[in-house]
Design a protein around this ligand. Structure first.
Ligand code: AGP
Length: 599
């Protein structure tokens, strides 16, 4: 899970490399490095955060118009100077950066050591540069093709050679890489925000395709080395969207962007109460006898909501599974199964693996993702995009609520396609969700107040039923991942089967009761916790008057199926302010990365 940048142009390479790595730092970092090619290769790398590399580079007067950069999130080998990228060959004529995992690196390393190659690091990535050296006979493209025939696993690679001083070779398989063109340079990076200050014109290559970046042109090749042409795409948002815009943190900015992000996701989807999904017009939904939602983390919680809503309004059997289970549990799916893969980054390894299994089993596959041209978006049969804009904070907020809105639209779309009665009131209210969220955001200070209840707590308990249970699962994940408070979510009806043993004087219980058919039961469960000394925060609607709970927040009354989107906002802000009070690094929580592109 690393960040890569590459620059080949008429200006100095270093500024692009460093600004791009800074944009990618959210992807993970324990070391960073760059190589600049100016007749010879100069590589500078440091353990630790990117700033340490910037400080180290002050000692050099590095000039050169071709270069590569890397921030590392350790997969093989501890964080150290030697294990950081770029990696070079013994003769210092080749340098490369890698994101991914070379799964057969041990056997390749043994083969190369037997040929007399010396390894500096413990990494799998270093195998690639020596293997390339062993195949290089003057034609770098051919040598790269031979390397791709030998290595197994996932990779995004950017390669420099002193013998080809005016170009960079890039290629990928199962790891993200986006290529950009400016008026006088060609660039590449692991993710779009790294390019946006320089260009909005981008290209995507398929697995094992190769691109040669030159200052004024880019050449594309298929796996066999045959030159191919590629159409460019224009990124619909600008660099500011990837910056904080005056907020203290990306997470707070992205929480407040949710009304806009939801408007953008809804745009063009509803016409006179009819739901439009042009992208899905060739699907005959009557062919399916089962629907599977598959995702990880927050995206999985969005699926739990989407699946319940779909089942509630279409009576189709709908299952939801975390991708890391789905892909190894031999699910019963076939050509009559519709599988939906939800992923903000579109690069999550487990979700990608699950998608590929579904395709092997002939299921129809739909991806719901937030990143244009991401691997999952290109592997699925169909793709629907949330339009949340770049989500930089590791803790997902606007991606979650735009996933929810898209999944709700999707459920109503299928009901429409199956000629079922569609709840037009819900369709109308969907369009008012941005306005409702703005009203809730005006009450942020109340959620900041609730957060003070958690300041010195080690544990927090979330309870809910039905759709509210999916909401509290997400609320618990948000709290634990940014504040490091141990937070667990329970089906409220399960409390008496064990978890209530944990409740004692001063325990903080966060309850959600918004679903008319079941809310009164949750409210009874709340009383059980109060009787054991709990301090309760309740998110509900004004249908319910609840005794002896002083911290009640009344959410706007909307159709029950839409309630989860509104419930998310207070839970996000409670998590956010808890993390701030506890001095946590909100945008880059410990041990976490924004997109988990390795298993
Ligand atoms: C969300 O707050 C977490 N950072 C994490 O659970 C995330 O949702 C999960 O890794 C899935 O990522 P994806 O949506 O990019 O596939």
């Amino acid at each position: 899970m690393c960040g890569i940048t590459a620059y080949c142009g008429n200006d100095e390479a270093l500024p692009f490399l460093l600004q791009g790595l800074e944009k990618l730092e959210y992807r993970g970092y324990d070391s960073a490095g760059i190589t600049i090619l100016d007749k010879s290769l100069t590589t500078v790398k440091c353990k630790g955060r990117l700033q340490l590399l910037v400080d180290e580079l002050e000692k050099y007067d590095l000039k050169g118009h071709v270069g590569i950069g890397h921030t590392r999130w350790a997969t093989h080998g501890i964080p150290s100077h030697l294990n950081s990228h770029p990696h070079t060959n013994d003769k210092n004529t080749l340098s490369l950066v890698h994101n991914g995992i070379i799964e057969n690196y041990r056997e390749l390393k043994e083969e190369l050591v037997n040929k007399g190659y010396h390894f500096q690091s413990e990494t799998d990535s270093e195998v690639v540069v020596h293997l390339l050296d062993s195949y290089y006979q003057g034609n770098l493209l051919k040598a790269v093709q031979k390397v791709l025939e030998r290595i197994e696993g996932s990779y995004a690679l950017c390669i420099l050679s002193t013998r080809h001083p005016d170009e960079i070779i890039v290629t990928k398989k199962d790891s993200p890489l986006v290529i950009g063109k400016t008026k006088n340079a060609s660039v590449a990076a692991s993710d779009i925000p790294a390019l946006l200050a320089y260009t909005k014109e981008v290209y995507f290559i398929e697995d094992n395709e190769i691109a040669i970046l030159k200052a004024n042109q880019i050449h594309f090749y298929d796996q066999k080395g045959k030159e191919i042409t590629k159409e460019s795409s224009i990124i619909p948002y600008d660099i500011d969207a990837a910056r904080k815009n005056g907020y203290d943190t990306f997470m707070l900015k992205e929480i407040y962007e949710q009304p806009y992000a939801i408007k953008e996701t809804l745009r063009g989807r509803i016409q006179n109460e009819t739901i439009l999904f042009e992208e899905l017009k060739n699907i005959d939904f009557l062919q399916f006898n089962k629907v599977y939602f598959v995702a990880c983390g927050t995206a999985y919680h969005a699926c739990l909501c989407g699946a319940q809503i779909l089942e509630r309004i279409t009576h189709l059997p709908v299952l939801t599974q975390v991708a890391s289970e789905f892909r190894y549990n031999d699910p019963i799916i076939d050509e009559h199964t519709l599988t939906i893969f939800v992923s903000q980054s579109g690069e999550t390894a487990d979700t990608l693996g699950a998608l590929r299994l579904a395709k092997e089993k002939k299921a129809s596959t739909i991806a719901i993702t937030n990143v244009l041209g991401s691997t999952i978006s290109r592997d699925a049969d169909y793709v629907l995009y949330t339009c949340a804009g770049p989500e930089i904070a590791v803790a997902s907020t606007k991606a979650y609520t735009t996933q929810l809105i898209l999944l709700m639209l999707f459920a109503y779309y299928i009901a429409q396609e199956l000629h079922l009665t569609v709840n037009t009131k819900a369709i109308l209210q969907l369009q008012q969700v941005p306005w409702y969220i703005e009203k809730i955001l005006e009450d942020a200070c109340q959620f900041k107040e609730y957060a003070t209840m958690l300041k010195d707590k080690h544990d927090a308990y979330f309870i809910g039923r039905s759709l509210d249970y999916a909401s509290v699962l997400e609320g618990a994940l948000k709290l634990k991942e940014v504040s490091y408070i141990h937070a667990d979510a329970y089906v409220a009806g399960e409390l008496k089967h064990g978890p209530i043993a944990l409740i004692e004087e001063g325990s903080v219980v966060i309850a959600v009761a918004t679903q008319p058919h079941i809310a009164s039961k949750t409210i009874s469960n709340i009383q059980e916790t109060i009787a054991r000394g709990a301090d309760v925060i309740l998110l509900t609607t004004n249908h319910y008057q609840v005794k002896n709970v002083e911290n009640i927040y009344y959410l706007p009354n909307v159709e029950p199926t839409l309630q989860s989107i509104l419930t998310a906002i207070p839970l996000q802000l409670i998590a956010y302010y808890s993390a701030c009070i506890r001095g946590c690094d909100v945008d880059k929580p410990r041990n976490l990365a924004k997109s988990v592109t390795v298993e």
